[in-house]
Design a protein around this ligand. Structure first.
Ligand code: ZN
Length: 181
């Protein structure tokens, strides 16, 4: 069983019961090699050919992945707020970018590996509440609900995450209390 705090922790639990797959889950990018192949930015323009092109970024923002969280995953910039870091980490789960998840994890709480479960597809994120975490702060929290599909079944998990700024960059520190489904 997976024991990492963010997102993967509760996958093993049965959340709200099986729900018939909805068309929206097909909007999720299913790239086989996300971060490494990201630099050729024209790849995203090829939507409609062999692979499905989502309307926006997996994090839920309207910009295309390559212009949104893809920039952070490629190391072309750092998320300026705790919420954007949280979104970019969800997007990293969605595209399978473990390296990004690890380097945006506080060293004190970072696991040796994330152990991404390929059977789980992270399909949608809802940011429910944010506190502090702006460009003016050095800490902040984000409460979110993440939607996933595992073996054709939809589920959700919620977490209230704490983020801190370390050497100028936001990192994920951990969850505040037990997550509630
Ligand atoms: Zn994004």
């Amino acid at each position: 069983m997976i024991k990492t705090p963010l997102l993967t922790t509760l996958v093993v639990n049965t959340p709200s019961g099986p729900v018939p797959g909805r068309p929206t889950i097909r909007d999720v990018p299913s790239e086989d090699s996300p971060s490494q192949d990201a630099p050729h930015s024209e790849a995203g323009r090829m939507g409609g050919m062999s692979r499905r092109e989502p309307a926006g970024c997996p994090c839920g923002l309207p910009a295309p992945y390559r212009d949104c969280c893809g920039r952070f995953h490629r190391g072309e910039g750092a998320a300026p707020t705790a919420e954007l870091l949280m979104r970019s980490r969800f997007a990293a789960f969605s595209v399978g970018d473990e390296a990004y998840l690890l380097r945006t994890w506080h060293p004190a709480t970072r696991p040796a590996s994330v152990g991404l479960d390929r059977k789980v597809r992270w399909v949608r994120l809802e940011v429910l509440e944010t506190a502090r975490g702006t460009v003016l702060h050095t800490d902040g929290t984000v409460r979110f609900r993440a939607h996933y599909v595992e073996r054709g079944r939809e589920g959700t998990m919620e977490e209230h995450s704490r983020f801190v700024r370390l050497d100028g960059r936001w990192v994920y520190e951990g969850a505040l209390g037990p997550a509630a489904l």
